[in-house]
Design a protein around this ligand. Sequence first.
Ligand code: CA
Ligand code: CA
Ligand code: CA
Length: 226
Amino acid sequence: MNRKTLFMIIGLMVMALAVVGVGYALWFEDLKIHGDVTTGELDLDFSGPYIYDYFETCDRDPDTALPDCPLKFDTVNCEALFEEGVMGTQVGGNVETDLTDPDWLGITVTGAYPSYTCQVTFDIHNAGTVPVHLFAWYHEDPTMPFPPMPLECASNINGPYTEVEDGVNIAQLHNDGAVWCRVKIHFTNADNLLENATYRFQYHFRACQWNEADMCTDFEYPYPAQ
Ligand SMILES: [Ca+2]
Ligand SMILES: [Ca+2]
Ligand SMILES: [Ca+2]
């Protein structure tokens, strides 16, 4: 056998082995990971509101200890609605009530005079899925000084309520979590308010994603245009 024939035989044997190899069954299985990530929704809403109004010496609620004085209420009125625009002509404001996303609470008091109090109680609840820290700031019309209308909050509608300071964390709210708050509109003779005047106040709430609370307290919210 010459050298050329030997190489041909070796080549044929290699090819034959390759062909035989294809005949082996390959046992295998693939494992995979596919990722879809949807993010949560940050959504805080008001609910309520509940109005309780009274004078220092009487109210119109038969369930309270104060004697009832319905006649004095004929000329003073307090309303609270989930509407923008109740504070005059706010820029961007409107009068549409959106009860699926109540982010505005408009309070209107007419005919007020010293000793009258309108207390508006409401809750702020986490209607979304993202946990948040909640803060609030008080703003008043700088051209019409007004005694600050205290904002008080509690973890339960029955209290105890504590006054909220500007920029202080009111609550951590997780999904379906709620905090109850109330604003008291009240002034006395010593406040020297004018007759037939319009005084405006504003509370601004901000809820920040739970991990960004540190960045939630540094902002300015301009007073609405007159
Ligand atoms: Ca909302
Ligand atoms: Ca009463
Ligand atoms: Ca909503």
